[in-house]
Ligand binder design. Structure first.
Ligand code: NAD
Length: 679
């Protein structure tokens, strides 16, 4: 059922019923329209109540119909709302829970609104690069002040009904939501005869309190949302509610909506919205798989990663033991945890009490017997197979049956690690990103024997610690780092061919990355990738890569920490200054290689870097390391700073068209170190 109607004396009560949040899909809109028509025609009915079943009035568009023709099929939401404007009986919205997007627009088109406390009220369409296209931008400013409307419509902010209790949005506000329907029925009887029936559209819109409100808000948006047209479109539509009559304002809203709907930025944001939901579908793992109970966690290694990983669980209220064999490292790790929480307190993100609670949840230990009863153990020790072996062999001896045994390895073979135990089905990779307490991405690495319930449990746990998890298969670098290798390789080849580090960084930053590859490498430490290259070179001496990074490291240019890397730095200052010395090293190296340097334009730089990612992504899909292209996009968007408005490397390549991509790749293959594109 999608909507039903009950007659109670002189009242018709229409209940929207499309779980989980009463999304306004095509069948639901049709059912509401049908119920309204029947109520309007019934001579016994004097007033109509419109409410939602369960915990929502309506959450807006039905995401199951996203991108299908049903989204705009008749009766569309604007058409349904237009019909309501012509009804001769008063319609009262009884807002009983979440009221968002199209749901709020529907409530705004009712003649009266009754609400309770603790309701979530929002018009979040801007987050998908759109605006509320069913009158929201024109009706809301007729009930609320324009400043609140701007933060709701242009920034997509959710507002609790309690904050709006005194506003004209609600005709009746019940602090006790239990009696909402009974109050609404009394109210409906009391206004059943009132004529003319009040319509929001007939009210004047509320003018801003300052004359330069729109100019100031637009200039703030230029800083925050420069890649996104939707917040500006929302503001234009809001302004139209003041400068145009209602009908013209609606036409303006429609025109902006249609323009935004086609915008690449909205397409990207809608792709990301669906991609995030898709990550939860794990091949071969039934959604109803019973989960293992994870009440306590142990982390091995109190270094950079271990400390951050432990914080995630403590922040979610779970007890964590942290084990390090070096007393000094353990001490340092625990100190770092406290200082991270304390700095959140000083920024006002945490109370002192919460800081104490979280610190208390993390207990340092120095032996394996102490962690035997943990439900999940995650190792974050040095990246060496022999050390991982000794750790997993100890897990096998001490951990209780059913415990999940996880590794945070970035590059090592998880299947080999699993074989160090007699319970490889309990072994999984949980690849956190640095800083682990902040980065949203988690790669869940599925070994060839990892049990379905271990995967399902870790995916559920990721949600609990507020991470976006993507499942990856076993290979060197999994999804993210395997692609990054091709990206950084191309960046260095571009230098050999004639670019400067600042030219490469500037081009990719203009594309939307927060930081280019060279500024990023200086921040992370060039010595880290140097160590990885050495290990890879030992394993595969034939592999092609640029020696430039090695040349810099041999001169101690490790990046910001040594005040010299791809750029020069001054003490306590992160500003990257172009380095004459680095330019000379690059030129000399090109001469040694016999490469004739040339001018390379920004378009080529961007295409080589982004298509290096997409091309490797395609191989990752082919190898079955990622289940779907959109998972790869999520890895890059959440873990590597890929610009949101571009939708991810695979989305970008798809939009460019893979035939065109292949044409470009063929050209690149003819160029400097072209063989790397074929591997
Ligand atoms: P780190 O050097 O900062 O910390 C390692 C810690 O492990 C040290 O405190 C050390 O004393 C401890 N340790 C070593 N052997 C141990 C043992 N047998 N038992 C208990 N403790 C032991 O290293 P890190 O950067 O935190 O990296 C740890 C793991 O996380 C590695 O596998 C690494 O590849 C992976 N990783 C690192 C990053 C990163 O950016 N640093 C990102 C993702 C994954």
């Amino acid at each position: 059922m999608t909507a039903s109607m009950q007659i109670n004396g002189s009242l018709a009560i229409i209940t929207i019923d499309n779980p989980p949040v009463n999304g306004l899909g095509h069948a639901t809109r049709s059912a509401i329209a049908e119920c309204l028509k029947t109520a309007e025609a019934n001579s016994e009915v004097m007033a109509i109540l419109l409410t939602g079943s369960g915990k929502a009035f309506s959450g807006g568009a039905d995401i199951k119909e996203f991108g299908t023709e049903k989204t705009f099929a008749q009766p569309s939401l604007p058409a349904l709302i237009e019909q309501m404007d012509a009804y001769t009986k008063p319609i009262v919205a009884v807002i009983n829970g979440v009221c968002m997007g199209g749901g709020l627009e529907l409530a705004l088109a009712c003649h009266y609104r009754v609400a309770g406390s603790g309701l979530q009220i929002a018009l979040p369409e801007v987050k998908l690069g759109l605006l509320p296209g069913a009158g929201g931008t024109q009706r809301l400013p007729r009930l609320l002040d324009i400043e609140t409307c701007a933060s709701m419509i242009s920034a997509g902010q959710i507002v609790l009904s309690d904050k709006l209790a005194q506003s004209a949005l609600f005709d009746i506000y019940e602090s006790d939501s239990q009696n909402l329907l009974a109050s609404a029925e009394d109210f409906a009887r009391s206004i059943a005869d009132v004529r003319p029936i009040p319509r929001v559209r007939d009210r004047p819109a509320n003018a801003p309190t300052t004359t330069d409100f729109f100019a100031v808000t637009r200039s703030a948006l230029m800083k925050k949302s420069k890649h996104f047209p939707a917040p500006f479109g929302c503001l234009d539509a809001l302004e139209a509610s003041l400068t145009q009559n209602f009908e013209d304002g609606i036409k303006t809203e429609r025109a902006i909506f249609q323009r935004l709907l086609q915008s690449p930025e909205s397409l990207a944001l809608r792709h990301i919205f669906m991609a995030e939901r898709a990550t939860g579908k794990i091949a071969g793992v039934d959604v109803n798989t019973p989960l293992r109970d994870i009440k306590s966690v142990a982390v091995i290694g109190a270094g950079t990663m271990g400390a951050g990983i432990a914080m995630n669980f403590a922040s979610a209220g779970m007890p964590v033991q942290i084990l390090d064999l070096q007393a000094a490292s353990l001490e340092k790790g625990l100190e770092r945890i406290r200082s991270n929480y304390q700095s959140a307190v000083s920024k006002g993100k945490l109370t002192q009490e919460q800081c104490e609670q979280r610190c208390k949840l993390i207990v340092g230990v120095d032996n394996y017997a102490a962690i035997a009863q943990a439900d999940l153990v995650i190792e974050a020790v040095f990246e060496e197979m022999q050390i991982k072996q000794s750790v997993f062999e100890q897990f096998d001896q001490v951990m209780k049956a059913g415990a999940i045994l996880a590794s945070n390895t970035s590059t090592l073979d998880l299947n080999q690690i699993a074989r160090f135990t007699k319970r490889p089905s309990d072994v999984i990779g949980l690849h956190f990103f640095s800083p682990a307490n902040i980065m949203e991405l988690l790669e869940i690495v599925r070994g060839e024997q990892t049990a379905a319930d271990v995967l399902a449990t870790c995916a559920a746990l990721a949600k609990k610690i507020k991470k976006t998890a993507v499942v990856a298969g076993v290979c060197d670098g999994f999804i993210g780092n395997r692609m990054l290798e091709q990206y950084t390789k191309q960046a260095a080849f571009l230098l050999e061919e004639g670019c400067t580090p600042q030219q490469v960084d500037r081009a990719i930053e203009a594309f939307g990355f927060a930081m280019g590859p060279f500024r990023m490498s200086d921040l992370a430490g060039n010595d880290i990738s140097w160590a990885i290259r050495k290990r890879r070179h030992a394993a595969n001496p034939q592999a092609i890569y640029s020696k430039l990074g090695d040349l810099l490291c041999e001169q101690g240019r490790f990046g910001q920490k040594t005040q010299a890397g791809w750029y020069d730095y001054q003490a306590n200052d992160r500003t990257a200054h172009p380095s004459e010395l680095v330019h000379q090293i690059i030129k000399q190296h090109a001469q040694t290689l016999g490469v004739t340097q040339r001018q390379i334009n920004d378009e080529e730089i961007v295409q080589r870097l982004v298509l290096a990612l997409a091309n490797e992504g395609r191989k990752i899909l082919r190898d079955g390391i990622a289940a779907r292209a959109s998972d790869i996009d999520i890895v890059y968007l959440k873990g590597y700073g890929f610009p949101l408005h571009r939708g991810g490397p695979m989305f970008y390549a798809n939009n460019l068209d893979w035939d065109k991509v292949d044409g470009l790749l063929q050209q690149f293959q003819q160029g400097h170190q072209g063989g790397t594109w074929l591997l």
